[in-house]
Design a protein around this ligand. Structure first.
Ligand SMILES: Nc1ncnc2c1ncn2[C@@H]1O[C@H](COP(=O)(O)OP(=O)(O)OP(=O)(O)O)[C@@H](O)[C@H]1O
Length: 355
């Protein structure tokens, strides 16, 4: 198999129900529910401390599920919960960590072969499968090298080969690219996406990097404070964030609390449909622009501009005591310049703080 080829899924489905994890009095995961179809890639995305790694460790079996704190199924098999516990080595897993976790005293080939040795796979078959896994990750001919002689990106490829060599039904990734520089991260992320599609393995991928999550995953669980705020496809998350927390974390636009809406926009904002729980006005990227041709235009003063992805991200203030806003434009504007801002009202929505 090579990157780009597709195979029938060899992964299993994953179902998590009511999963809760407490450390002392601290609830780190709070009744997590999720379902993943065979061969799907799920990203767990959220800020530091939101519980991503804790959830991954429960899936791996590195942390047991406490009695009455939910259950985890791989396919039809209950792997944790209700008094059942399948240990990590019997869950059909491959794991890739941030720090590569290669054994420094073993060659690349032995590092990759180790999981097969443990399973008692005969030597001749081992050599073939190790060579195959190294070829898949672009390290053909590296079997006799020492890990210390490889770059960070190459070491992470070895870790990936080691994770896939035993043909796992589930691959678990914990921030695997965060030790690499930006360019390498982007190219390896792209390659891993192709590889996961080609292998058809079910995968759960922990990251705090939105670009990585959106590039790799079929669905993304945005986590905050031990809960899944929204579990959707990347497209759906971008088009329809379910809460102010999600819109803000993904930087999808401006999110203004009802009390922070500039006076010039208040009447029009209150005319938009909302219910009592919806206290935040979401202004999607692109709905706030320079110009006076839309309803309730407003003057603002430029605070700062920075260049990103071919546009200027422009921060403005709209009046004393008002919360700052930002929008993108192709125009360079001088600091302190006074500009007219207009809103595309039909694109705006009221959102609840959290889902
Ligand atoms: N073994 C433990 N004992 C006590 N508290 C823990 C333990 N493991 C994790 N925590 C706490 O649980 C919370 C969630 O940690 P977790 O590592 O899951 O977060 P995360 O979202 O993966 O963050 P990061 O992106 O920084 O790795 C944190 O407040 C952490 O301090």
């Amino acid at each position: 198999m090579r990157i780009g080829e597709t195979h029938a899924p060899q992964g299993t489905s994953i179902a998590v129900e009511g999963l809760t994890q407490r450390f002392g009095g601290n609830t780190v995961l709070d009744r997590i529910d999720l379902r993943l179809a065979p061969g799907q890639v799920l990203a767990l995305l959220g800020p530091s401390g939101c519980g991503k790694t804790t959830l991954l460790k429960l899936l791996a079996g590195l942390t047991p599920v406490a009695p009455g704190h939910g259950r985890i199924r791989f396919g039809e098999t209950l792997v944790a919960g209700d008094g059942q516990f399948v240990p990590p080595e019997q869950r059909g897993l491959g794991m890739v960590f941030q720090d590569y976790a290669l054994w420094p005293h073993m060659t690349v080939g032995r590092n990759v072969a180790f999981a097969l040795e443990m399973r008692g796979v005969p030597r001749s078959e081992r050599a073939e499968r190790v060579a195959g896994a190294l070829e898949i990750v672009g390290l053909k001919g590296y079997a006799e090298r020492q890990p210390s002689s490889l770059s960070g990106g190459q070491q992470q490829r070895v870790a990936l080969a080691r994770a896939i060599v035993a043909k796992p039904q589930v691959l678990l990734f914990d921030e695997p690219l965060s030790n690499l520089d930006r360019e390498l991260r982007e190219s390896l992320c792209h390659e891993m996406g192709l590889l996961l599609r080609a292998m058809g393995t079910t995968a759960v991928y922990v990251t705090h990097d939105q670009e990585e999550a959106f590039a790799l995953a079929d669905s993304v669980a945005v986590m905050h404070g031990g809960r899944i705020q929204q579990l959707s496809s990347p497209e759906q998350l971008m088009q329809a964030p379910a809460s102010a927390l999600v819109a803000d974390f993904l930087k999808l636009g401006n999110v203004l609390h009802a009390d922070d809406i500039p006076p010039a926009w208040r009447v029009a904002a209150q005319a938009l449909a909302r219910d009592d729980r919806h206290q935040h006005l979401f202004i999607p990227q692109g709905a706030l622009q320079l110009g006076t041709d839309m309803r309730a235009a407003m003057r603002a003063q430029v605070v700062a501009q920075r260049w990103r992805h071919g546009r200027f991200i422009t921060q403005v203030k709209t009046g004393a005591g008002c919360k700052g806003l930002s929008f993108t434009t192709a125009q360079r504007l001088g600091a302190d310049a006074i500009v007219d801002l207009a809103l595309d009202w039909p694109a705006l929505r009221w959102l609840p703080q959290a889902a």
